[in-house]
Design a protein around this ligand. Structure first.
Ligand code: FES
Length: 114
């Protein structure tokens, strides 16, 4: 059983085992998702908006909610990619926030568009 996920705005897609985090799914296909703390819920650089499939992602926990408080432009479908596990065999669609893309390019300056 696999989950499929599409990362906007680029449209990069991944197919991953059920239970994989959005951060790991992004990493596997080179989607531009920031990960400044290495995925331990200690920053907000992996902030995303879940456009499809929010109900089939692991529940928001208190420490994630606390971290999201320090993110920019938090909206109802906001989650942290490193804390969000894909739980169902379905298509998910997420938008990588500008904040997260900036963090990604800070971490990977060679990938920054010229
Ligand atoms: Fe730091 Fe997700 S990578 S909170």
């Amino acid at each position: 059983m696999t989950a499929r996920i599409r990362f906007e705005p680029d449209g990069i897609e991944a197919e991953v085992p059920i239970g994989t985090t959005i951060r790991h799914a992004a990493e596997g296909v080179g989607a531009q998702l920031g990960s400044a703390c290495g995925g331990v819920c200690a920053c907000s650089s992996c902030h995303i908006y879940v456009k499809e499939g929010l109900e089939d992602i692991s529940p928001l926990e208190l420490n994630e909610e606390d971290r999201l408080d320090s993110a920019f432009d938090v909206r109802p479908p906001s989650r942290l990619g490193c804390q969000s596990h894909l739980l169902k065999d379905r298509l998910y669609v997420v938008e990588i926030t500008p904040e997260s893309r900036d963090a990604y390019f800070d971490e990977h300056p060679d990938k920054r568009p010229k």
